[in-house]
Design a protein around this ligand. Sequence first.
Ligand code: PMP
Length: 345
Amino acid sequence: MKKLKDLVRPSIRNLKPYSSARDEFQGDASVFLDANENPYNKPYNRYPDPLQRQLKARISELKEVAADSIFLGNGSDEAIDLLIRAFCEPVTDNILSIDPSYGMYEVSANVNNVPFRKVKLDKNFDLDADRLLKEVDEHTKIIFLCSPNNPSGNNLNRQEIYKVLDRFTGIVVIDEAYIDFSSLPSFTTELRKYPRMVILQTLSKAFGAAAIRLGMAFAAPEIIAILNKIKYPYNINLLTQEKALELLADVAPVKKQIARILSERNTLESTMHQIPCVQDIYPTDANFILIKVTDANATYDFLVKEGIIVRNRNTVTLCNDCLRITIGTPKENNKLLEALNKMPV
Ligand code: PMP
């Protein structure tokens, strides 16, 4: 394992972070005249807590992760970008990931001018750690894995993930955006054992709150401290912090929704087997299913005409003639099944 100070970009290691009014005074007072805020229009006149302490305390309880091991971002997309900016020197350092997977790792790498290497998964969309690790060189700073993976929906083989965690000396990011739909547990219980692992989760999927933009990164406190140092001072607005606290106050309704979505997923999977244009249904641990059809472009166009929008993944690696379909309500899913049944083969 490399020392964190040798992984972080020198400019970030030496950076003196911005110190906001709310950083400099954190106690209670009756008169606040320190942040050039308008004294009227409460509570929106005040800057929000830059470190979102109340929200992190609740997430800490729910996820059983210490508060200083939690970073909150404007979606997990913010954490992806900040990790790249913290660890990868443009042009010189590189990032490694799997193919196919979530597109933002590559886009963020490109935005930051950091070379991005990807290793094709096998035909079952599974990871071969040896093949992945062969692509590592002395400038590889981050490996992005996604499990359950997008667009395939499967969990990557855990033994192979452990091989990557055990052998790679840089940062291993495991994107768990879909973990709440998965039969396998989160890697958060392994944070102590792997101090260079970063786990990404989000309120955008199982918690039904994509609109409020709240992503979570769980990692060793020294990694979280680096992300906090380079983030925008008030990256999570007050409305999002309040709404997230409200959503997380009682997770029972969310658990019920997850159960409903999983049951619908089972129904969809078994019914789709009988549909003529469906050639293959890939195993999924997420809230979507990847299917292979006889002609993805024609099926996509046909579904659009029926008023149903799915994701055409035809041009994605290993996804020739594949559509990615999110699990909807029973009514929406029935509409999809009826339409697919009408699709001429
Ligand atoms: N990771 C994966 C694997 C995703 O599929 C998505 C969204 N499609 C994200 C992260 C982004 O999540 P957020 O809304 O938290 O930015």
